[in-house]
Design a protein around this ligand. Structure first.
Ligand code: AMP
Ligand code: GLY
Length: 415
């Protein structure tokens, strides 16, 4: 059986690695892939990103199933196009993908179905948005409605900061249209958690919870990044938190998916805030997280292809997902200077004994070598019975990986 996987990050390397473990899988084409998928068992990178060309490729190459890693093709309707061509694909249809593609659409959905979330107002007119600031309490959060490469959220501690955000999003149009419409949301204080789940028409099954570490420096200091490391399970997600999440977020979301008749067989990722008043939803994503996936798939014992097929056939309710008992810590190795400017093209060496625990995010093959090509370069995962041991394991493994200018946080997994 031949598969097609869309995407090019560390998340996709982990998905490819996990799918390749299934004996029925003979080949995985990764479009466009990276230096990690280029070297991975059974994988071959193909340089295609256009959706229509991907449809043609899947037809011509007898692809059994297509798996989509990132949100962008989902929001652009890849699932609808594949289905129209009678091709099997895992992911939400475009309408449902707007839960990530439009903040105003997702907040409306949350309100309509009673999903617990921060209060908000929506604005098309910057003058009205500015006027609203006079009656607001600070901090507040200004969000671009559309996709803005992870930069469309501004936490504003003063009125001046909020005015600047409104001008740059709506008037200067720094996100090329994605910030012409904004929402202004109440600030939630608490601890964040990622609850990545798989969904079919009847059920949402949460994976193990995860905690991302967004800031570049130890202790949560410095600018935000795409994520510098993960601990899973998230130590703050207790049974009580899970129950609250289930009652006030998961169940109303499932009701909404059913009532709206979304064709949603894919991943739904709940970004939650654990506050003093209970759990609230920050956002939906319609894909797995990066770097959460590298930890979660390392802990997953069930076969990923079988799980995806259970979702496609609405059998999730009777598919128990099995997990390794214990904790996974994933430390991201970045290029010095990230999230600002950094150098590329540095040769990466990974000792054989850790290869199974290293995922490539920003790396490519150049003249036969694996070299750095992005800010977040690698993820190194350690699994052990306790968080402390998992952390030790991950940091020990880093000693077997090298590239010039390698930077990482030293406190991933510390509570
Ligand atoms: P979002 O894309 O909506 O999840 O926002 C990105 C990040 O901004 C989140 O992971 C939070 O760290 C932060 N954030 C978003 N909304 C809020 C909020 N209402 N209160 C506090 N922090 C927020
Ligand atoms: N690591 C957070 C995300 O993938 O959105």
């Amino acid at each position: 059986m031949k598969l097609l996987l869309i995407g090019a990050g560390g998340r996709e390397h982990a998905i490819a690695w996990k799918l390749a473990k299934n004996e029925k899988v003979e080949k995985i084409y990764v479009a466009p892939g990276n230096g990690g998928t280029a070297l991975e068992n059974k994988c071959e990178n193909i340089n295609i990103t256009d959706i229509d060309e991907l449809v043609s490729f899947a037809k011509e190459n007898d692809i059994y199933l297509t798996v989509v890693g990132p949100e962008e093709p989902l929001i652009n309707g890849i699932v609808d196009k594949f289905k129209k061509a009678s091709l099997k694909i895992f992911g939400p249809e475009q309408k449902a993908a707007m839960l990530e593609g439009s903040k105003s659409f997702s907040k409306e959905f949350m309100q309509k179905y009673g999903v617990k979330t921060a209060g908000y107002k929506e604005f098309y007119d910057h003058l009205k948005a500015l006027e609203y600031l006079n009656q607001s309490e600070y901090p507040l959060v200004v969000k671009a409605d559309g996709l803005a490469a992870g930069k469309g959220v501004s936490i504003c501690f003063t009125k001046k900061e909020a005015e600047d955000a409104i001008y740059s999003f709506m008037v200067d149009d720094i996100f090329n249209g994605a910030g012409k419409k904004i929402i202004i949301e109440d600030f939630l204080e608490g601890i964040e958690a990622s609850i990545i789940s798989i969904v079919d028409g009847n059920t949402i099954v949460p994976f193990i919870s995860a905690k991302d570490h967004k800031q570049i420096f130890d202790g949560g200091k410095g600018p935000n990044t795409g994520g510098m490391g993960v601990i899973a399970p998230n130590p703050f997600v207790t049974e009580e938190v899970l129950k609250d999440f289930n009652d006030n977020i998961l169940i109303p979301t499932l009701t909404g998916i059913k009532e709206e008749r979304f064709d949603y067989r894919g991943i739904i990722f709940f970004g939650i805030m654990i506050t003093k008043r209970g759990v609230e939803l920050l956002e939906y994503n319609v894909r797995m997280g990066d770097p959460e996936t590298q930890s979660l798939l390392s802990l997953m014992e069930s076969d990923l292809l079988d799980l995806i097929e259970a979702s496609l056939e609405n059998r999730l309710e009777s598919f128990p997902i099995e997990w390794t008992n214990g904790t996974c810590v994933n430390v991201v190795l970045a290029s010095k200077g990230y999230p600002g400017d950094y150098e590329k093209g540095k040769i990466i060496t990974i000792n054989e004994e850790v290869k199974n625990n290293v995922f490539v995010a920003g790396g490519k093959i150049q003249d036969g070598d694996l070299v750095t090509s992005g800010g977040r370069v690698l993820s190194v995962v350690g699994i052990a019975e306790t968080p402390e041991l998992a952390k030790k394991e991950a940091y020990n493994k880093i000693q077997s990986v090298k590239f010039e200018g390698m930077y990482y946080r030293n406190d991933i997994g510390e509570i």
